[in-house]
Write a new protein. Sequence first.
Length: 349
Amino acid sequence: MRLPWRLENQVNKIDLAARYAVARLLTPRKKREVSIQFVCGFHGQTGGPEAVASIANMLSAQYDVSFQLGATSNFNRWLSRSVKRSRHINMDADLYICDRATDEGILKKIASSEKPIIATIHGLPFSLHALSEDRAFNIFKYAQYSHFVSKFQESQYASHKAESTSFVISNPCINLYQNDWSERTYTSSVGMVGYFNRAGKNIVGNLAAVGGSEAKEILVWGNCDVQSKDKRVKFKGFSGNQKRIFNSFDVFISLSKDETFGLSVAQALSAGKECVLSNIPAHVAFSECPGVTIVDTDDYDAASTALNAALHRKAENRQVIHNFWAERFSSDVIADLWCRKIRAVKEKL
């Protein structure tokens, strides 16, 4: 039974504070050639902050990385212990990575140090997350570089990013492949993963499409207020174990109406899962993968047919799907791209 929301919120804050305290105590204090501080204004529980945290984690293997945050920030949920936690802005850092919600006063302070700022952008222009329109694009006045996660997303900011030099690096994704998988573990199940309280995630459409399929089990991972009378549907909530999530089903579906990149898609490919996706630009970017089927967002019959075809294939494409991910979205590939960019920025200092 779910806890009352006030109690659940309090338990969540205690958990975040504990993670923060442990990380402050155990994070190694190594001095490396380049010091990077992340300063972000949006700390909500969505895919954007999670992606920013994954970049910080990845860079911390090579650089001295710190993150400015408080004890109850959701970033404590995702940051590894190799990332230093700091309540204050480190004016001795070599460069800063900020998001769109970073306070303009902080941006001015950092800019006064004449250190480079990289704006890391993880939403579309209309995804304001309570930002007023006059604040939503301030970051581009101060950032010398702008990071986008897809070419489509970059194109949507063409009129906003001013003189900032833009570059595209996809979100990193850890390896979720289950090597000991066998056909005996195949359950003929379909899964969906996301923050389904957002209308754009289209939970109603997802459930309608899967409801018309032959799936024996339908797993919904993430926050969701929608109910279902279909006895096959199981609402699983959140889990910090991504390998558990993406290996709990056989086929992945997302009929989302708007995405910046589609991190959950990359995670499903990492696990070797076939995917049925809506025909939005962020999803079409995955269409070259042998295990991906693109359908019209509102064509639930076509989605059901595609799901059935994928279920009947019994994951025969697992390895080739995983290989597609490894060549394009693995942490090693993305880390190399980021390190090249950091070196290029450092050389211009």
